[in-house]
Design a protein around this ligand. Structure first.
Ligand code: NAI
Length: 480
């Protein structure tokens, strides 16, 4: 029986290994982590992450060929294939701070593999890493090899949170990069055989190591760039009276462009886009390519601009101050169908409003109060470290309350900011909400989920990203 061990039981390690276990009954899969609480949660009824369809799979495989454990060394020693899916945060200090990837966790995982291994191993980079990381990992492993052979493969993960299981069941592609030596190609073949249990052969792409590593960074940069492109257009739409949804629809009909990922919003979030682009920028700078670095940097600048612009719209529409005003925040996760808040635009928007002394009442379907308080008091980039290394007790924000339904959040509020596109927010009883709010009552839709016309008929003053402006907002300054 082939044994797989995955180091890192997070948003990637958990779902990917659950699907491998489900699709490959002949493989024993152990997912290990240094976080005791995370492993305990994986072994309980309350999984540590929310992902549609995940719970059923875990329940089906757990204890049969899928195991979650803190016995990291034991499972690594026993495995034939080791996936490394640990955090690769942005460095906060030292060389490359604010841009380069911090490979501390990766390096410590590699050193541990070298320490405990007694048989040949295939080590798979699942985490997103800078190009040429495999070379560094190879050096760590071979200099401590004690005669053991290691093959390093790059197998970046392309799943999207919220649709992770669907994406893993039917991936657009599986990418495997390896050395172009006989040993390297044999390892590529071994990993290919795992995926071939359910992924059609023509969807499994094999490349050299550096192409695989760079493809992941490039794919995320392209995806984020599309969002920043449509968001940049949304600002121009507001200035000219065009409607960004109509523009995106017309543009997306071009088969060379395509319709996906063209929704204007308050900005992109998630653990990867910003981190991976910063990493790409740093690699370009290190390779003497400042023009290329600046080109990609702009994607992040437009994202920051979009978040600032949103906060400015809120404040300027409400008589230039939100001090002491109750603002309902509907949605905190970085997108619907996940409880993940890493780099969610809601953090920046809430911090912006708190800076203007607003009172926030926050409601999200999946995010806990503890998480929200923690996010709002955490320093930039701290979120991307293993949970047990994050600041333990956050300072509770007095201006923030977290409630468990949208009607409570909006009761007595002056304004509503919709920051996540949860389906529920499309079908709320906005008449009831309006009746219970202060007047004039404002809705700032950062995800274009509400029916602007209907809300205006009820009496709301509505701002919806990239849509023709309410007459109330026309004379207000819009610059970020
Ligand atoms: P995560 O933070 O949810 O999980 C990482 C886990 O690794 C944590 O539970 C942590 O405790 C554990 N860990 C860290 N060092 C360890 C060590 N030495 N030994 C054992 N466990 C250790 O992170 P997530 O989101 O799963 O991301 C992991 C990697 O995958 C990152 O490089 C990320 O960029 C990449 N990725 C993430 C995607 C996503 O949607 N979240 C999608 C594609 C790639």
């Amino acid at each position: 029986m082939v044994k797989i061990c995955c180091i890192g039981a997070g948003y990637v390690g958990g779902p990917t290994m659950a699907v491998i276990a489900l699709k490959c009954p002949a493989i024993e899969v152990a997912v290990v982590d240094i976080s005791v609480s995370r492993i305990a949660a994986w072994n309980s009824d309350q999984l540590p992450i929310y992902e549609p369809g995940l719970e059923e799979i875990v329940k089906q495989c757990r204890g049969k060929n899928l195991f979650f454990s803190t016995a990291v060394e034991k499972h690594v020693a026993e495995a034939d294939i080791i996936f490394v899916s640990v955090n690769t945060p942005t460095k906060t200090r030292g060389l490359g701070a604010g841009k380069a990837a911090d490979l501390t966790y990766w390096e410590s995982a590699a050193r541990m593999i070298a320490d405990v291994s007694k048989s040949n191993k295939i080590v798979v980079e699942k985490s997103t890493v800078p190009v040429k990381t495999a070379e560094a990992i190879e050096k760590i492993l071979t200099h401590n090899s004690k005669g053991i052979e290691y093959q390093i493969l790059s197998n970046p993960e392309f799943l999207a949170e919220g649709t992770a299981i669907e994406d893993l069941f039917k991936p657009d592609r599986v990418l495997i990069g390896g050395r172009e030596t006989a040993g390297g190609q044999k390892a590529v073949q071994a990993l290919k055989e795992v995926y071939a249990n359910w992924v059609p052969e023509d969807r499994i792409i094999t490349t050299n190591l550096w192409s695989a590593e760079l493809s992941k960074l490039a794919a995320n940069a392209f995806l984020a760039q599309r969002i920043s492109s449509v968001n940049a257009m949304s600002a121009l739409c507001e200035a000219t009276g065009a409607d960004v949804s109509q523009v995106a629809h017309a543009v997306g009909k071009d088969s060379r462009i395509g319709p996906k990922f063209l929704n204007a919003s308050v900005g992109f979030g998630g653990s990867c886009f910003q981190k991976d682009i910063l990493n790409l920028v740093y690699i370009c700078e290190c390779n003497g390519l400042p023009e290329v670095a600046n080109y990609w940097k702009q994607v992040i600048k437009v994202n920051d601009y979009q978040k600032n612009r949103f906060v400015n719209r809120v404040v300027s529409s409400m008589f230039n101050t939100v001090s002491g005003k109750k603002i309902a925040i509907l949605g905190f996760a970085f997108k619907k169908d996940t409880g993940d808040t890493r780099e969610t635009p809601a953090i920046d928007v809430c911090k912006g409003l708190l800076g203007d002394k607003a009172q926030l009442s926050i409601y999200d379907l999946q995010v806990t109060e503890e998480q929200i308080q923690r996010d709002l008091s955490m320093n930039k980039f701290d979120w991307d470290h293993p949970i047990h290394l994050q600041p333990a007790s956050s300072i509770e924000m007095k201006q923030v309350s977290v409630v468990c339904d949208a009607y409570e959040a909006t009761k007595g509020a002056h304004g509503i900011c919709i920051l996540t596109e949860w389906d529920e927010f499309k079908t709320l009883d906005y008449k009831k909400i309006y009746d219970n709010m202060q007047k004039p009552a404002f809705v700032f839709d950062g995800r274009n989920v509400v029916n602007v016309g209907e809300l205006r008929k009820i009496g709301f003053i509505v701002y919806s990203i990239g849509k023709p402006l309410d007459s109330w907002l026309k004379d207000m300054p819009a610059v970020a």
